[in-house]
Design a protein around this ligand. Structure first.
Ligand SMILES: [Zn+2]
Length: 233
């Protein structure tokens, strides 16, 4: 593994534009399973506007267990914090994530494209007011609209796990510039949303203890967790 990490460091040092693409795997040490790891009824309830409207207390309890507790009490993970540091050092230009947990932003990363939205993208279910601040979910209960008192819902709920166009656009434009792409804890290319936009010749480094769809595309496969690898940087 050491030699592979050295190669990765060299790539990072010589690259002009590096992106990180992260999936559920990076958030596991914070206690988040991601939708893929949850059973179907939980996913249905977590993304149900009806459950949120009828029983906000129940919704909050569920969200706290699955996401909010890990986000505000356990996270961000070492890997999230390292990526934020690399961003500040100018070694990473953008992070594309399918995760909705805001852990990159909470770790201090600025250029993050959350292509499935997140708890940081919210809308009032009564008057439609938007609030792009994840901290509204850090107050022990479901957040209410400051204007009308209606319930605020996060993007994966009010859009039923859709794609957030403005973030997808950002992800695609970064992909088109990338000399190096670090793919971290992501299992697949997520319906080709950003993958085909990587420019030809982008060097792909994958960090994942598991086999994934990216195995054949990566010039370097580092079989370890994100924390184990990024700790060495
Ligand atoms: Zn409102």
């Amino acid at each position: 593994m050491d030699e592979k990490i050295l190669t990765m460091k060299k790539l990072l040092d010589t690259s002009h534009f590096t992106i990180a693409i992260t999936g559920a795997g990076i958030s596991v040490p914070a206690g988040i399973m991601g939708f893929a790891g949850m059973n179907f009824p939980v996913v249905m309830q977590m993304t149900s506007m009806t459950v949120l409207k009828r029983t906000p207390e129940h919704y909050y309890k569920m969200a706290r267990k699955a996401f909010l507790g890990p986000m505000f009490e356990n996270g961000p993970t070492l890997a999230h914090r390292k990526l934020a540091e690399l961003g500040k050092q100018g070694l990473i230009q953008g992070i594309i994530t399918t995760n909705i947990d805001c852990l990159h932003t909470l770790a201090g990363s600025r250029n993050v494209a959350e292509i499935q939205g997140s708890f940081g993208v919210n809308k009032c279910l009564s008057c439609g007011k938007h609030c792009d601040d994840v901290q509204i979910w850090n107050q022990g209960k479901c957040p209410r609209c400051p204007d009308c008192g209606g319930l605020m819902a996060a993007f994966p709920v009010y859009e039923h796990i859709g794609l957030l166009d403005r973030e997808v656009e950002k992800a695609r434009s970064w992909a088109a510039y990338a000399d190096v792409a670090l793919i971290i804890g992501a299992e697949g290319s997520y319906g080709q949303v950003y993958y085909p936009y990587l420019r030809r010749g982008t060097k792909i480094v994958q960090i994942n203890p598991k086999n994934t769809q990216f195995d054949n595309m990566a010039m370097l496969n580092i079989r370890a967790t994100a924390d184990e690898v990024l700790e060495t940087l």
